[in-house]
Write a protein that binds this ligand. Structure first.
Ligand SMILES: Nc1nc2c(ncn2[C@@H]2O[C@H](COP(=O)(O)OP(=O)(O)O)[C@@H](O)[C@H]2O)c(=O)[nH]1
Ligand SMILES: [Mg+2]
Length: 188
């Protein structure tokens, strides 16, 4: 926390995680007010047929959400062989969003794996962001959440529909996450 005049600046560290191609890098890029620090490496395994590049370290972006709140965004790699990065990033997180492409049911078990990984390490506010809802084959939110094992004692996690390419949509998702974090008594 730093003091700027009489305003107390609060830093909130938000991890943006999810499956390969769910929209993590796009989300961070769309939200960020600084040029995103993207650490990407060409990959040569079978996933490289899906995309030319995949993130092996993380994407870092920053924005001021309210006059007194700086959000630091950390987009994780999608592939589990980089789960050491998930571990490092989530342990420093104040909150996280799990992005899941609604039109990729074959990835739901993997999204569940990521959720369970994060949930085992930290108990911080989280929301699920369903992406690709505008695409053919997108499944209804209730079907997706059932597959994630994210319902505890009949309490559903907070779910938002988000299009990472649209600034208003990304800001809405972040607003929901920040409100949840504030309600949970976040102390910087
Ligand atoms: N139509 C549509 N495209 C999306 C959506 N979310 C992500 N994309 C696209 O999906 C591709 C993969 O996104 P990227 O951010 O690289 O995924 P990452 O692997 O999670 O970092 C990009 O071309 C995005 O523009 C969405 O909600 N709707
Ligand atoms: Mg990426």
């Amino acid at each position: 926390m730093s003091l700027v005049g009489s305003i107390q600046m609060v830093n909130l560290r938000v991890v943006v995680t999810g499956t390969v191609g769910a929209g993590k890098s796009t989300f961070v890029r769309t939200a960020s007010e600084i040029e995103v620090v993207e650490i990407e490496r060409k990959i040569t395994d079978k996933i490289s047929t899906l995309k030319d590049q995949t993130t092996v370290a993380f994407d870092f972006g920053k924005l001021v959400l309210d006059a007194n709140m700086d959000l630091h965004l950390y987009g994780t790699p999608g592939q589990s062989r980089f789960d050491f990065m998930w571990d490092i990033l989530i342990k420093g997180a104040d909150a996280y969003i799990l992005l899941v492409a609604a039109n990729q049911p074959s990835d739901f078990p993997y999204a569940r794996e990521i959720f369970l990984f994060m949930n085992k390490r930290v108990q911080v506010p989280m929301i699920i962001g369903l992406t690709h809802m505008d695409c053919a084959g997108a499944l209804p939110p209730a079907d997706i959440v059932k597959n994630l094992d994210a319902i505890k004692d009949e309490i559903y996690p907070t779910i938002v529909t988000v299009n990472p390419n649209l600034k208003s949509s990304v800001l809405h998702a972040l607003r929901v996450l920040v409100d949840l974090t504030n309600r949970s008594g976040f102390k910087p």
